[in-house]
Design a protein around this ligand. Structure first.
Ligand SMILES: *[C@@H]1O[C@H](CO)[C@@H](O)[C@H](O)[C@H]1NC(C)=O
Ligand SMILES: *[C@@H]1O[C@H](CO)[C@@H](O)[C@H](O)[C@H]1NC(C)=O
Ligand SMILES: *[C@@H]1O[C@H](CO)[C@@H](O)[C@H](O)[C@H]1NC(C)=O
Ligand SMILES: *[C@@H]1O[C@H](CO)[C@@H](O)[C@H](O)[C@H]1NC(C)=O
Ligand SMILES: *[C@@H]1O[C@H](CO)[C@@H](O)[C@H](O)[C@H]1NC(C)=O
Ligand SMILES: *[C@@H]1O[C@H](CO)[C@@H](O)[C@H](O)[C@H]1NC(C)=O
Ligand SMILES: *[C@@H]1O[C@H](CO)[C@@H](O)[C@H](O)[C@H]1NC(C)=O
Length: 394
C-alpha cells in the first residue's frame, strides 16, 4: 500500500467521526509538484505565503500575493465562514504546507475552511488541472434510494454550478439544499460549490463540472463527500454544514451584528400639532423616515446615519420637521432597515401628531422634532476625526 493511500484512509476515517466539524484543524490534504530538491525558492515561497495572512478575509475570502516576484501564492476561504475562521485557517495552513512540500515549486493544501497554494508559475486566473482529491463518508443511503438520491444531487449541483460561476470577482459561491422523497423517507441534501474568484465564468463552470462528474464516480450514494481541485471544490452532506447567510460579506466586512429586539422605549413631547394638521404632518414625517431609513441602511461599516427635514404646508401654516435615524454600524443593511422600520411604525402608534418624539431600540433610534436639533454636517467624520475648521466647543 502506498503511503498516500494510508493517509487517505486515515483522513476518511477522521471525517467519518467528524463530519459536522468545520474547523480548520480537522484535516489537511497536501499535494506537491515539481520536486526541485533545492532551496533556491524556499525564502520566496515562505515570503509569498506569509504575505497572505491578514489579507484574505478583508478581501472577501480570496487573496493572491505578489510579495515575491518568483512565487505566487493564493488563499481561498470557504465562502460562508466568518473572517476569524478564515484567517485562522490560512495561518494554520502555511507552516503545514511548507512542512509537507519542503522542496517543491508548486503545492496546494486543502482544509475544511480554506485552500492555500503556491507556485513558481502563473496561478492567478489560470484553471489548474494537475491534481484533485476526494473524501467521502463510508455510510451510504439504502440501495433502493441511490438513484433518486443521485438524481436529486445532480440537479442541485447543476444549479449551484450556475450560481457559483455567475458570482462576481470577489466570490464565486453557490450553496443550497434539495429534498429527496423516496421509499417513504424524506432526505435533505446540503451542498456547497465554490471557485476561486480569479477564474472566469467558463473556467469556474469547467472546474465544477469535473467535480460533479467525479462525485458521480467516487461517491454515488454516499451520504456525504467532498471533491477538491486547485481552483474549486464541491461538498455535500446530509447535514446542514454551512452558514446561511454567509458570515462574511463580499466586501470583507464581518457580518457579526446581532439585531436585538428584546426591548424598546419612547419619549414624546406633550404638545401636538392642530387636529386638522395631523394627517398632513404624519404623512410628511412618514415620507421622511422612509428616506432616512434608506440613507442609514446604506451607510458603511463605520456609520449608519440618516438625517434631514421635510416641510409641511397645511392650513396656512408652514412647518419643518427635522429627523434623525441611526443604526449601530455592525448591523447589516437588512438588519438596519428592519430596526428602523419598527421605529417608524412605533412613532405612528405612540406619537401621531406629537411635535417631537424619540424611539429607542438596542440597535437603532429615530428622533424627530420641530426644532433643528442636529449638526449638519456632522461634527465627527466617518474616519473618527473631528472635521477640521469646526470648533467643537463654541
Ligand atoms: C520545476 O521547477 C523549476 C523551477 O521553478 C522550473 O524551472 C521547471 O520548469 C519546473 N519543471 C516542471 C516540469 O514544471
Ligand atoms: C524530493 O527530492 C529529494 C532529494 O532528491 C528527496 O530526498 C525527496 O524524497 C523528494 N521528495 C519527494 C516528495 O519526491
Ligand atoms: C493578484 O493577481 C492579479 C493578477 O495577476 C494582480 O493584478 C494583482 O496585483 C494581484 N494582487 C496582489 C495583492 O498581489
Ligand atoms: C433549502 O433551500 C431553500 C431555498 O431553495 C431555503 O428556502 C430553505 O431555507 C433551505 N432549507 C434549509 C434547511 O436550509
Ligand atoms: C476535467 O476532466 C477532464 C477529463 O478527465 C480533464 O481533461 C480536464 O483537465 C479536467 N479539468 C479540470 C479543470 O480539472
Ligand atoms: C432641509 O433639507 C434640505 C435637503 O433636503 C437642505 O438643503 C436644507 O438645508 C435643510 N434645511 C434645514 C433648515 O436644515
Ligand atoms: C419589529 O416588530 C415586530 C412586530 O412587533 C417584532 O416581531 C420584531 O421583533 C421587531 N423587530 C425589531 C428589530 O425590533
Amino acid at each position: 500500500m502506498k503511503p498516500k493511500s494510508i493517509v487517505l484512509i486515515l483522513l476518511t476515517t477522521i471525517i467519518n467521526f467528524n463530519l459536522t466539524v468545520s474547523q480548520s484543524s480537522d484535516f489537511g490534504i497536501y499535494k506537491c509538484k515539481n520536486n526541485t530538491s533545492t532551496n533556491v525558492f524556499k525564502q520566496d515561497i515562505t515570503k509569498s505565503l506569509t504575505s497572505l495572512t491578514g489579507h484574505v478575509a478583508s478581501h472577501g475570502g480570496f487573496y493572491n500575493s505578489t510579495a515575491s516576484t518568483r512565487v505566487t501564492s493564493t488563499a481561498l476561504c470557504r465562502g460562508d465562514i466568518g473572517p476569524e475562521e478564515c484567517e485562522k485557517c490560512v495561518k494554520t495552513a502555511i507552516p503545514s504546507l511548507l512542512r509537507n512540500c519542503p522542496n517543491h515549486a508548486e503545492a496546494a493544501a486543502w482544509y475544511s475552511d480554506c485552500i492555500v497554494r503556491f507556485s513558481h508559475g502563473e496561478i492567478v486566473g489560470v484553471l489548474d488541472t494537475w491534481t484533485f482529491d476526494k473524501l467521502y463518508n463510508s455510510a451510504s443511503v439504502d440501495k433502493g434510494e441511490v438513484s433518486e438520491f443521485s438524481e436529486a444531487l445532480s440537479e442541485l449541483t447543476v444549479k449551484l454550478t450556475d450560481l457559483a460561476a455567475n458570482g462576481g470577482s470577489v466570490r464565486k459561491l453557490g450553496f443550497g439544499n434539495v429534498t429527496v422523497v423516496g421509499s417513504g423517507l424524506v432526505r435533505t441534501i446540503y451542498a456547497m460549490m465554490q471557485c476561486t474568484p480569479d477564474l472566469s465564468k467558463e473556467m469556474c463552470r469547467k472546474c465544477l463540472f469535473n467535480a460533479s462528474e467525479e462525485i458521480g464516480k467516487c461517491c454515488r450514494g454516499r451520504v456525504a463527500a467532498r471533491v477538491f481541485y486547485p481552483n474549486c471544490f464541491l461538498r455535500y452532506s446530509n447535514e446542514h454544514f454551512y452558514n446561511d447567510p454567509p458570515l462574511i460579506s463580499s466586501s470583507g466586512e464581518a457580518k457579526s451584528g446581532v439585531l436585538d429586539t428584546w426591548t424598546f422605549d419612547k419619549l414624546y413631547n406633550s404638545a401636538s400639532v392642530d387636529k386638522g394638521e395631523v394627517s398632513e404632518f404624519s404623512e410628511a414625517l412618514s415620507e421622511l423616515t422612509v428616506k432616512l431609513t434608506a440613507l442609514a441602511a446604506n451607510g458603511g461599516s463605520v456609520r449608519k446615519l440618516g438625517f434631514g427635514n421635510v416641510t409641511v404646508v397645511g392650513s396656512g401654516l408652514v412647518r419643518t420637521i427635522y429627523a434623525m435615524m441611526q443604526c449601530t454600524p455592525d448591523l447589516s443593511k437588512e438588519m438596519c432597515r428592519k430596526c428602523l422600520f419598527n421605529a417608524s411604525e412605533e412613532i405612528g402608534k405612540c406619537c401621531r401628531g406629537r411635535v417631537a418624539a424619540r424611539v429607542f431600540y438596542p440597535n437603532c433610534f429615530l428622533r424627530y422634532s420641530n426644532e433643528h436639533f442636529y449638526n449638519d454636517p456632522p461634527l465627527i467624520s466617518s474616519s473618527g476625526e473631528a472635521k477640521s475648521g469646526t470648533d467643537l466647543y463654541s
